[in-house]
Design a protein around this ligand. Structure first.
Ligand SMILES: [Cu+2]
Length: 145
């Protein structure tokens, strides 16, 4: 009887030991999970990588800055030239609505007072006489090449 009790105690002790071992293995896997946090923090440096694409995205906006039209005091301020088919931003600094209208077709964009708009340049290179539909005295020439 005593031997049986002893064996049972040992057996339960072994079971407890195995259980402890199992929990230790769990905690070690938990620590390996926490080590996975390290790659996660490395991945948090990856979001700074998207800032590189954002920087390249600011490069096209820099191009847009080059090819932008400003309307101020009833005058067109055009870039020297724009690329065929390119997007040209228009900024109207006047309290009046204006249009950027090609006399020979290709574009006709209205710009709200103190508003902005986008003009898609013609794909055909050339000089495009520009007028404002509202103010006959406003004229300019958009060079597409
Ligand atoms: Cu106008």
């Amino acid at each position: 009887m005593k031997a049986n009790i002893c064996c049972f105690a040992v057996a339960s002790a072994l079971t407890l030991g195995l259980t402890a071992c199992g929990s230790t293995g769990t905690s070690s896997s938990a620590s390996s999970t926490s080590s996975m946090t390290m790659p996660t923090s490395a991945a948090s440096s990856a979001p700074s990588a998207p800032s590189a694409p954002a920087a390249s995205a600011s490069a096209p906006s820099a191009t847009a800055t080059v090819s932008s039209i400003t309307i101020k005091d009833f005058m067109f301020e055009l870039p020297a030239r724009v690329s065929p088919g390119s997007q040209v931003s228009i900024k109207n600094l006047d309290a009046q609505a204006h249009t950027v209208t090609s006399k020979k077709g290709g574009f006709d964009v209205k710009v709200d007072p103190n508003g902005t708009a986008t003009l898609t340049a013609p794909t055909t290179p050339g000089s495009y006489p520009v007028v404002c539909s509202f103010h006959a005295n406003m004229s300019a020439t958009l060079v597409v090449e």
